[in-house]
Design a protein around this ligand. Structure first.
Ligand code: THU
Length: 133
């Protein structure tokens, strides 16, 4: 699965977004090292804060399926610039992605920003930080 095909899947899944409040669909497509793709869309709720972003839906679907090793993630929304993931999603990505995992941020004009996990969230809080000195 190449970058453009992964991006196409992220754009396609935008149509499943449940966004009655923001009317802002987002799609994500996550490629596992084993070659599987997990897609996700944002799912909102009348109690706004319990809504879930597309990226986390894709990651949680994969994790709940037993997949823990990822090559890349594509995220798409109808934005001017390639859509920047929110801080909560960056932190969730950093739990499961290697520093070099590629994240392809895009919009519907085919503007693409491919960025590594490390560049997207430097100095992230990690499992090792829970250890006392
Ligand atoms: N959203 C995502 O799903 N991913 C992002 O990267 C940015 C924001 C969602 C959350 C909410 O449903 C809507 O977009 C507006 O913030």
């Amino acid at each position: 699965m190449n970058k453009n095909d992964l991006i196409k899947k992220a754009i396609k899944i935008m149509e499943r977004a449940y966004v009655p409040y923001s009317k802002f669909p987002v799609g994500a497509a996550l490629l596992t090292k084993s070659g599987k793709v997990y897609t996700g869309c944002n799912i909102e709720n009348a109690a706004y804060p319990v809504s879930c972003c597309a990226e986390r839906v894709a990651i949680f679907k994969a994790i709940s399926d037993g997949e823990h090793h990822f090559t890349s993630l594509a995220v798409a929304a109808d934005t001017k610039r390639p859509v920047p993931p929110c801080g909560s999603c960056r932190q969730v990505m950093s739990e499961f992605f290697d520093a070099s995992t590629e994240i392809h941020l895009t919009n519907l004009n085919n503007d693409i920003n491919s960025i590594s996990m490390e560049a997207l969230l430097p100095f992230s809080f990690q499992q090792e930080d829970l250890n006392k000195q």
